[in-house]
Design a protein around this ligand. Structure first.
Ligand SMILES: Nc1ncnc2c1ncn2[C@@H]1O[C@H](COP(=O)(O)OP(=O)(O)O)[C@@H](O)[C@H]1O
Ligand SMILES: [Mg+2]
Length: 341
C-alpha cells in the first residue's frame, strides 16, 4: 500500500467505476481538488447532474478504494459539485440556452401526464438543477393552474419572460392563445405557435426543460420534434393492462421521430385501477420501466390549488418516488449526452 499523497489518492480513485458511464472517476475527469492534511483526505466529485442517483454509491466506493489502497488514511471528506452536460444539438438548432429537453407524452389524456411533468420538474429543481417546464399541451394547457400562475412574467428585449414558481421557469401555450382558439389549430398554425415558445421566449440557462406534450401522437409532437432536438422522451401510462396499446402509440411516435425513449412511468397505481400496466408496457415494448406512482386523493387537490404534491408533501412516500424518478431520468440524460460526444 502507498502512503497518503494526492497521487496515491488519485490512483485509488481510478479504480472507482461510474456505474452508468462504465468508466473510472479519474478518466472521466470527475475528481477535483484533492487535498491532503496530514493523514486526512478531502476531494470533490464533479457530477454530471446535481440530481445524481449515484452519490451514495460513489462516495462509499471512493472511500473503500482509498482505504484499501492507501496506508494510514485518517478521515475522508467527499464533496459533490456538478456541471450538467449539454445536448449540443439544441444550441446548434435554436439560439436558446437550454442544455437538455425532456418530453413527456402519453397515449391518451387524463393519465396524469401534466401532474408527473410538474412534480418531476420540481424535484429536479430542488436537487439544484436549473429547470423549466413548457406546457405544450395546446388542447389542455393546465400546467399554469397546477403551479398557480396565469401569465408569463413579462417582456424583456422584445421576448416573453417565463413565469417563475416553485423554483421553475414556466411557459404555457395557455399564456399565448385563448383556449377556444387553440382547439381548432392544426398543422402550420400549431407549428408556428410551438416555434414561438422557443424563439420568442427568453428562457434562462436551463439544465433541463421538461415539456408536457399534448396526449396522443398528433401534429404537436411532430412539430416539436421537427423544431427542437428532444434529448429524451418519457411515456406516462395508466396501471391497467389496456394502457399498453395507448403507450405503444406514444413510443412508436418517439421512435419515428428518433427521440430516445427514457422509459415508462406508471401513474395512479393502487387498489382501484390496479397495477402492472407500466411493467407490461416496458416488457412488451422493450423500454425501461422507471417506476410507479400510486393513486392518492391529495394529488388533485394540491394541483388545483397551484401547489404540486412534492411541495405540499415533502416527506410523503410518493414524493420519494418522484424524487427517485427525477434522479433516474437525470442520470439517463447524462448517459445520452456522454454518448453523443
Ligand atoms: N397519482 C394520482 N393520484 C390521484 N390523482 C391523480 C394522480 N395523478 C394525476 N391525478 C389527477 O388526475 C387528473 C388528470 O391528471 P393530469 O395530470 O391533468 O393528466 P393529463 O395531463 O394526462 O391529462 C388531475 O385531476 C390530477 O390531479
Ligand atoms: Mg395535461
Amino acid at each position: 500500500m502507498s502512503t497518503v499523497t494526492a497521487e496515491s489518492v488519485r490512483e485509488a480513485l481510478s479504480h472507482v467505476i461510474e456505474p452508468e458511464l462504465h468508466q473510472d472517476l479519474v478518466t472521466l475527469n470527475f475528481i477535483r481538488n484533492i487535498e491532503i492534511d496530514g493523514s486526512d483526505v478531502s476531494f470533490t466529485i464533479m457530477l454530471t447532474t446535481p440530481a445524481c442517483p449515484l452519490k451514495d454509491v460513489l462516495r462509499s466506493e471512493s472511500e473503500r478504494e482509498i482505504r484499501a489502497r492507501v496506508k494510514g488514511v485518517g478521515s475522508i471528506d467527499v464533496s459533490f459539485d456538478s456541471e450538467v452536460k449539454r445536448d449540443g444539438r439544441i444550441e446548434e438548432k435554436l439560439s436558446v440556452p437550454i442544455k437538455n429537453i425532456i418530453a413527456v407524452s402519453s397515449g391518451k389524456g387524463g393519465v396524469g401526464k401534466s401532474t408527473v411533468s410538474v412534480n418531476l420538474a420540481v424535484c429536479l429543481a430542488r436537487d439544484g438543477a436549473k429547470t423549466g417546464i413548457l406546457d405544450a399541451d395546446i388542447y389542455g394547457p393546465n400546467i399554469p393552474v397546477m403551479v398557480g400562475v396565469d401569465r408569463a412574467a413579462g417582456q424583456k428585449n422584445g421576448k416573453i419572460t417565463p413565469a417563475v414558481a416553485h423554483g421553475l421557469e414556466i411557459m404555457s401555450m395557455g399564456f399565448l392563445i385563448p383556449k377556444s382558439e387553440a382547439l381548432v389549430w392544426r398543422g402550420p398554425m400549431l407549428h408556428s405557435a410551438i416555434s414561438q415558445l422557443f424563439s420568442e421566449v427568453a428562457w434562462g440557462e436551463l439544465d433541463y426543460l421538461v415539456v408536457d406534450l399534448p396526449p396522443g401522437t398528433g401534429d404537436a409532437q411532430l412539430s416539436l420534434a421537427q423544431l427542437v432536438p428532444l434529448t429524451g422522451g418519457i411515456i406516462v401510462t395508466g396501471p391497467q393492462k389496456v394502457s399498453v396499446s395507448d403507450a405503444r402509440r406514444g413510443i412508436d411516435a418517439f421512435n419515428r421521430l428518433e427521440v430516445p425513449v427514457l422509459g415508462v412511468i406508471e401513474n395512479m397505481a393502487g387498489d382501484i385501477f390496479g397495477r402492472g400496466g407500466g411493467a407490461l408496457v416496458s416488457e412488451e415494448l422493450g423500454v425501461d420501466f422507471l417506476g410507479s406512482i400510486d393513486l392518492n386523493g391529495d394529488i388533485p387537490s394540491g394541483s388545483d390549488g397551484g401547489v404540486p404534491f412534492v411541495v405540499s408533501h415533502p416527506n410523503h412516500e410518493i414524493t420519494g418516488v418522484f424524487r427517485r424518478l427525477a434522479r433516474v431520468l437525470a442520470g439517463k440524460v447524462s448517459v445520452l449526452d456522454y454518448g453523443r460526444d
